[in-house]
Design a protein around this ligand. Structure first.
Ligand code: PEP
Ligand code: MN
Length: 263
């Protein structure tokens, strides 16, 4: 079960040298979308040097508008594989459909289930059957209980490698893209044995807010962060407004390290 009623040991999820739920704060960083092989290999090199522990990048993109860039799909997965070959960074990428799970699992080290698919039960089961480490994002209108039950769909298929991700919820508030409730972190740490990661990029929608909310997440006890980084955020294919530069990411990493030591 996702809850820790049974007082079982905390889950540590491991994939290709990447670990979430252990002593160190895991940092998954990269662009919202994989745009080209040059882009993803180049940013992966920089992120690795700056201390990222895994690379994110979407090949299958769940876009609000059908007219927006939908991702390079399998070609995007191949570009991610090239970045892994170059850097050794584990790859975290979204899978949107149950029938795509075997294909995405071939290239990825960690499967991401997007907020919009948190309650796609067939997808949860397919990812459960794959046995692959999975980053499950909280649905933007899901309660914490619904979030934990979604995680149980994966666990119930015999896949214990689930990472919970708080990525912000819909509220009446409009100053940020979503509202990022950081009380989720200590609450889930008490309620569940699963590791908890925070996404301050989607959680706020604003690049300026990413660093302070990352630091607050680490202070609150998050096991990891997932952060959108691009060399030229203004020209990113998606989510540029909430994307930080490698330079800003480097500064943030140094600050998070100090906070992690203090908590
Ligand atoms: C993403 O990680 O780029 C993404 C689409 O996230 P979410 O599912 O949280 O909106
Ligand atoms: Mn995004």
């Amino acid at each position: 079960r996702a809850s820790s009623e049974l007082k079982r040991e905390r889950t540590v999820v491991k994939a290709l040298g990447f670990e979430v739920g252990g002593k160190k704060v895991a940092v998954i960083a990269g662009p919202c979308s994989v745009e080209s092989e040059e882009q993803i290999v180049s940013i992966a090199r920089k992120l690795k040097e700056l201390g990222a522990t895994a690379l994110r990048g979407g090949a299958f993109k769940p876009r609000t508008s059908p007219y927006s860039f939908q991702g390079h799909k399998e070609k995007g997965l191949q570009m991610l594989a090239a970045a892994r070959a170059e850097t050794g960074l584990a790859i975290v990428t979204e899978v949107m459909a149950p029938e795509h799970v075997p294909m995405v699992a071939e290239y990825a080290d960690v499967l991401q289930i997007g907020a919009r698919n948190m309650q796609n039960y067939q997808l949860l089961q397919a990812v459960g059957d794959s046995g692959k480490p999975t980053l499950l994002k909280r649905g933007m209108s899901a309660t914490i209980d619904e979030f934990l039950l979604a995680a149980e769909y994966i666990l119930d298929r015999g896949n214990p490698n689930v990472i919970l991700c708080e990525r912000g919820i819909r509220t009446y508030e409009e100053h940020t893209r979503f509202t990022l409730p950081l009380a989720t972190v200590p609450y889930l740490n008490d309620k569940s044995h699963l590791p908890v990661v925070v996404d301050p990029s989607h959680g706020t929608g604003k690049a300026k807010l990413v660093a302070p909310m990352s630091k607050a997440s680490v202070a609150a006890g998050a096991d990891g962060l997932i952060i959108e980084v691009h060399e030229d955020p203004e020209h990113a294919a998606s989510d540029g407004a909430q994307t930080i530069t490698p330079a800003a990411f480097g500064q943030l990493m140094a600050q998070c390290r100090r906070i992690a030591e203090a908590v």
